[in-house]
Design a protein around this ligand. Structure first.
Ligand SMILES: C[S@@+](CC[C@H](N)C(=O)[O-])C[C@H]1O[C@@H](n2cnc3c(N)ncnc32)[C@H](O)[C@@H]1O
Length: 423
């Protein structure tokens, strides 16, 4: 029987039901719960892509749907309509999308009576087409996050970030040795910071050089902290909060001796897999970073944070979170900085970074660390790595990267990075 895409679409809707349900969760949590486990790999990838695209465009989808609904139907049907609307407005063939959505509603145990509504509404959306979609504003961040971000960066910057969030993220790779050769092999371009960017990537594991371990997936912004650290061959480098290992691999590839630490055993097994594929080595410790002992020449601390810099790739986050746990993360970051400082040799450097857009997890965190430690200074020279605009250096001496930077190149994740020198 021909694949009508019903299974992948049903799974996308089921994912959204969990993410947007009474007890919201992250997509990664829904996936870890096995939601897509029974699907063949192609359908799994398609379901995840559909759910992600729908979350990115959800505000637009709801605005279009509002016109055709007296009141919102049950969440499951609402999500069916959202997925259908996003597909239709992003160029999906009307006949195929509407048929698949109506079929999956007609097969539902208790909601099959709403197949007529599904059919009628999606046909109207199909008639309006992508023009109606393009005329709508970029979806806004939820109030709990928008308010603090406007306070930090201003309304214009947040509007630009919302456009970047809607656009999504291209695939960035870090080359083990030669970015130019990698770009040629995979049909990508070398970014100013040396990462290789691919606009329309297919299945990652099928790309040239994956099995050989010539590269790993890492957003361009996430690759900058180790460029700032500039590890040297033979140095003893500590990578705190290391999993899944992007920075561990960068450090190991430089010839430094790296010790990678993460509190999560399952996440550390991903570091092991990545190191084995790329034929790189590191000493691995599964433990709380606050209990690590020893003295190191250089340390990178990629602290757990709100991850608000990664919304281009994780549009589920604003729906699954409400900021309630950020206070505890900020307190943990402070403890981690202080412990990392005690592990650094005199003359050494600590690169502190977070994939956050909140100054409390970046600029403020470093300002306060400078107050607590007399022997700590910010090394702004270290931030002047290839492709970094000096205008991105902040008043306390860190580096602020934002999703609205490099708009012509396809953006970057939000990150904060500081290089702290021990006098
Ligand atoms: C932002 S991710 C790290 C990404 C990683 N550095 C990379 O480049 O691939 C943060 C990590 O911190 C780990 N983590 C959270 N609390 C920790 C703690 N107290 N000690 C060590 N690791 C911790 C999490 O398990 C998670 O893997």
């Amino acid at each position: 029987m021909a694949d009508t895409g019903v299974q992948a679409r049903r799974s996308a809707v089921n994912l959204l039901d969990q993410i947007l349900g009474e007890e919201p969760c992250l997509m990664s949590e829904a996936l870890a719960g096995g939601t897509l486990d029974k699907l063949p790999p192609d359908d799994r990838a398609r379901a995840q892509r559909l759910a992600t695209d729908t979350l990115r465009g959800m505000e637009r989808a709801d605005r279009l749907l509002q016109k055709h609904l007296n009141k919102y139907p049950p969440l499951h049907i609402h999500n069916v309509l959202r997925v259908g609307t996003v597909e239709l407005c992003q160029g999906g063939a009307a006949h195929g999308v509407v048929n698949a959505m109506v079929t999956l509603v007609s097969q539902h145990r208790t909601l099959s009576h709403l197949k007529g509504l599904t059919n009628a509404v999606l046909r109207k959306i199909a008639a309006e087409g992508p023009d109606a979609w393009d005329a709508l504003r970029a979806p806004r961040l939820p109030k709990w996050l928008r308010g603090p971000l406007i306070e930090a960066w201003g309304a214009d910057a947040i509007a630009a970030m919302e456009i970047a969030h809607l656009a999504g993220a291209p695939l960035d790779l870090t080359a083990k040795t030669d970015p130019a050769a990698l770009a040629e092999a995979v049909g990508g371009t070398v970014l100013p910071t040396g990462s290789v960017r691919i606009k329309d990537a297919g299945q990652v594991s099928a790309m040239p050089g994956f099995t050989e371990g010539d590269w790993w997936v890492q957003d361009a912004a996430a690759a900058v902290p180790v460029q700032v650290l500039a590890p040297q061959a033979g140095e003893m480098v500590l990578d705190l909060c290391a999993a899944p290992g992007g920075k561990t691999m960068q450090i190991a590839a430089s010839g430094a001796k790296v010790t990678a630490v993460d509190v999560s055993g399952p996440r550390m097994s991903r570091v092991t897999e990545n190191l084995s594929r790329t034929k790189l080595t590191a000493k691995m410790l599964v433990m709380d970073a606050r209990n690590v002992e020893g003295q190191f020449d250089a340390i990178v601390l990629d602290a757990p944070c709100s991850a608000t810099g990664t919304l281009r790739r994780h549009p589920d986050l604003p729906y699954a979170k409400d900021g309630a746990e950020f206070g505890a993360l900020i307190a943990l970051q402070e403890e981690l900085i202080d412990h990392a400082w005690s592990l650094l040799k005199p003359g050494g450097r600590l690169v502190f970074c977070t994939c956050s857009l909140l100054p409390d997890e970046g600029e403020v965190q470093v300002d306060e660390a400078l107050e607590r430690h007399d022997d700590m200074t910010c090394d702004t020279e270290a931030l002047k790595v290839s492709g970094i605009d000096p205008a991105w250096i902040t008043s306390e001496g860190g580096l602020r990267l934002r999703p609205d930077y490099w708009p012509e190149l396809g953006g970057m994740d939000g990150f904060y990075i500081a290089c702290l020198r021990k006098d």
